[in-house]
Design a protein around this ligand. Structure first.
Ligand code: PLP
Length: 365
């Protein structure tokens, strides 16, 4: 039984020709659809007031807890249009489960699978025309869905909010990196860490991103688009990028990703890559990998590919790691063949071009 979301259709939806224009070149995160899903939570009444209402500014009290103490979490999910016009999403129950994990860490209320997936379906029922249609197999357009939850109670005091609002907004998207699968340069952060033991590294919360921006600025000053973070205790173990997980491909067919120890965000793409890599005859390993192993493996040719992965950018090869006094490039490989193969496998599944034998897809429309 799924919860009913009351539709409150916009009286001023975007005109068809304007929307079509946007869908031709949506970029990423620049345009938003006509509606948003909303559910309210209060300590006394739990979750209630499920609705899909016109997209627009929120009215928040200036004393709302989220504005002061950052009690907030979010998710990132994509909706893909298949060749027959139907619209699907990828492993949303993993996002729903992670959203509850994040909620527990941030002392926010937990949302059921039914409400989480129901909110995506209800929003798409109104805004399905905003899901772009791929023009070819190489066209990675989608509708990016952003569920998030904020502490909206008016009070200045440090305790979990007694009033919370959950929303889903949606934004049509082209490929995340303009360069497609061009390898990216990554900055090795030595001045900053992203997450510490006992902290919020495994939760998808705005605070982690706020804390990563100073490192991101450093990266940009050095010509890099992303930051690689090391562990906060020894500054030795590779964790992940600001918003993507990392994989290392070895000459002998091992494919290694840093083990989840509470300081790394458990990506749905990461989990899917671990599964698909096995199908490809590779040997996945989840273990610690040190920055020295990266340096040495890159120099010796043991490591043949490095790539980052996440819902937004799918799989993106890492061309070089730039540090204060070094540039680490791979001496072997360079064709990123495995990254490309895994990427194609993932996209073929998501766009319905291959058989969904693991039932990873959920139909939205
Ligand atoms: C969202 C996110 C990822 C990727 O997760 P996916 O579920 O694959 O999109 C990786 N690292 C961080 C820090 C993230 O916020």
């Amino acid at each position: 039984m799924s919860t009913r979301f009351d539709p409150l259709p916009s009286t001023q939806p975007t005109a068809d020709h304007i929307r079509d224009n946007i869908l031709e070149n949506p970029g990423f995160g620049r345009y938003f659809t006509d509606h948003m899903a909303h559910v309210r939570w209060t300590l006394d009444n739990g979750w209630h007031g499920h609705e899909v209402r016109p997209y627009g500014p929120l009215t928040l009290d200036p004393a709302a807890a989220v504005l002061h103490y950052g009690q907030e979490i979010f998710e990132g999910v994509k909706a893909y249009r298949h060749a027959d016009g139907s619209v699907w999403t990828f492993r949303p129950e993993k996002n729903a489960e992670r959203f509850r994990r994040s909620a527990r860490r941030l002392a926010l209320p937990e949302l059921s699978d039914d409400d989480f997936i129901g909110s995506l379906k209800a929003l798409l029922a109104q805004d399905h025309a905003w899901v772009p249609t791929p023009s070819s197999d190489a066209d990675e357009c989608s509708l990016y869905l952003r569920p998030f939850m904020i502490a909206s109670e008016k009070f200045l005091g440090v305790r979990p909010s007694h009033e919370v609002d959950y929303y889903v907004i949606a934004s049509p998207a082209a490929a995340y990196f303009k360069g497609g699968i061009e390898p990216v340069s990554i900055w090795l952060s030595t001045n900053y860490n992203r997450a510490a033991p006992g902290g919020t590294g495994f939760a998808k919360c705005g605070g982690n991103y706020a804390a990563s921006l100073a490192a991101q600025k450093e990266a940009e000053a050095h010509g890099c688009g992303q930051v690689a973070f090391l562990d906060a205790t020894e500054n030795k173990w590779v964790e992940e990028l600001g918003g993507m997980n990392l994989f290392f491909v070895f000459k002998d067919g091992r494919i290694v990703t840093p083990k989840l120890t509470g300081t790394i965000l458990e990506g749905v793409t990461r989990d899917s890559v671990l599964t698909l890599a096995k199908d490809e005859g590779l040997t996945p390993e989840e273990r610690h990998i040190s920055i020295d192993e990266w340096r040495d493996g890159a120099a010796s040719g043991e490591i043949t590919e490095i790539f980052a992965c996440g819902t937004a950018a799918v799989i993106t090869p890492v061309g070089e790691l730039v540090g204060e006094n070094e540039r680490i490039r791979l001496t072997a490989g360079g064709d990123n063949d495995i990254a490309k193969r895994l990427r194609t496998k993932l996209l073929d599944l998501q766009y319905g071009r291959s058989e969904d034998s693991r039932s990873w897809l959920t139909r939205l429309i």
